[in-house]
Design a binder for this molecule. Structure first.
Ligand code: PMP
Length: 426
């Protein structure tokens, strides 16, 4: 038995499924999850001492690689003066000022502890602000595991939401309407069916939780126009894309003006964090200024603020984003070439340093339905062939991959050499 196998067996005795977040269990790909012992730069090392080029990056936060020296130094400095106070600190002001300065549409911001908290709170705020109950989300978009957001359409976009998970009351889920990503007509149908009742439209500006689906031309702008016209709040969920796809996030990249925006992942430098912010008129409805309640024992945690500020200061560098985009492009170009040489139907998507891999004959991937038509079995076999050759991809065909600034030529070459063999073995 490998040490990961031993640990996985032991973990399952005391942790449901042996993991603290489901995708980590490798259910989608089969096999034993690798238990990680250490990480550095572009690499993670498992409990058996195997090293992998890591394209998960803690699911997005590690944009400058693991153990970024500036982040680690900032955490060390903060540890020496305290890890949590439950009272305000100057670090929180610095974080808020930085987010207001860099993120489009953010005049005020509140910190919380995860992306889930951020979207859940943004929804409550949108509902409190508009006095409306219904929300529109898109099939295949994930916004954390808050009750109202664990919903997708049952049959067709006009039906009431059915909960994706037991435990979400149907009476609550019925307020979550589901439209199709990149299809504005499905949004129009919902708006027409619920006049004056939609509190918010929430969207991933680049869908990164059904693999990686870029927005079609005009889609995001179309949502902006419809929200303005119908008095609904546009919530742009940038938990994944914020500071990932552009120095000013997806809103910066696409010139989109949100009403509310949610953030997480990168802004905590790898520590637990979330944030939501937006127009002052809406944010002022939050307690203690306004009636909409939201709070957190560890919110604005000094360690997370110190780590987040350290990373965000580095990310002011536009050159870094160009390099990231170029490395990602050469990775994807290389993968497509090797797939085609091996005769494997395969395509990729890219937005900045986010990417998607698809085993399919289709050339354009625009929707959840397109993603669902891909060959899941080929993905599984490719995943394991890569893992065996020292490359750690997301263990699911419905997750985006991430490149860090520590993925240099050597790491990309290692990945492409592994892929050449993996495609051939398919
Ligand atoms: N929104 C988006 C777009 C996400 O990608 C995620 C997490 N992958 C979340 C919200 C939830 O964040 P967390 O896992 O920190 O609760």
């Amino acid at each position: 038995m490998t040490r990961s196998e031993t640990l996985f067996a032991r973990a399952q005795q005391s942790i449901p499924g042996g993991v603290n977040s489901p995708v980590r269990a490798f259910r989608a790909v089969g096999g034993t999850p690798r238990f990680i012992a250490a990480a550095e730069g572009a690499y993670i090392t498992d409990a058996d001492g195997q090293r992998y080029v890591d394209y998960v990056g803690s699911w997005g936060p590690m944009i400058t690689g693991h153990q970024d020296p500036d982040v680690i130094a900032a955490i060390r400095r903060q540890v020496s003066v305290g890890v949590s106070y439950g009272a305000p600190t100057e670090l929180e002001i610095e974080m808020a000022e930085l987010l207001c300065a860099r993120v489009p549409g953010v005049a005020m911001v509140r910190m919380c502890n995860s992306g889930t908290e951020a979207t859940m709170s943004a929804l409550r705020l949108a509902r409190g602000y508009t006095g409306r109950d219904y929300i529109i989300k898109f099939e295949g978009c994930y916004h954390g595991h808050g009750d109202a957001l664990l919903v997708k359409a049952g049959s067709g976009a006009l039906t009431f939401g059915v909960p994706t998970s037991p435990g979400v009351p149907a009476d609550l889920a019925k307020y979550t309407l589901t439209a199709q990503y990149n299809q504005l007509d499905t949004v129009d149908a919902l708006l027409a069916a619920h006049p004056g009742q939609i509190a918010a439209i929430i969207v991933e500006p680049v869908a990164g939780n059904m693999n990686c689906v870029p927005p079609a031309d005009g889609f995001l702008q179309g949502l902006r126009e419809r929200c303005t016209q119908h008095g609904a709040v546009l919530i742009v969920d940038e938990v994944m894309t914020g500071f990932r796809v552009h120095p000013r996030g997806a809103c910066g990249l696409y010139g989109l003006e949100p009403d509310l925006i949610t953030l997480g992942k990168i802004i905590g430098g790898g520590l637990p964090v979330g944030a939501f912010g937006g127009r002052a008129e809406i944010m002022q409805k939050l307690a203690p200024l306004g009636p909409v309640y939201q709070a957190g024992t560890l919110s604005g945690n000094p360690l997370a603020m110190a780590a987040g500020l350290a990373i965000l200061r580095k990310l002011a560098d536009a050159q870094l984003y160009q390099t990231l985009e170029q490395s990602t492009a050469s990775l994807l170009e290389g993968l497509e070439q090797r797939a085609s040489a091996a005769g494997v139907p395969f395509t990729t998507t890219q937005v900045g340093s986010m990417f998607g891999l698809y085993f399919t004959e289709q050339k354009a991937i625009r929707s959840f339905a397109d993603v669902s038509r891909c060959d899941l079995d080929a993905f599984k076999r490719f995943f394991h062939a890569m893992l065996a050759r020292g490359v750690y991809l997301a263990p699911s065909a419905y997750e985006a991959g991430f490149v860090s600034s520590r993925h240099g030529e050597a790491e990309i070459k290692l990945t492409l050499d592994a892929a050449e063999q993996a495609f051939a073995a398919l």
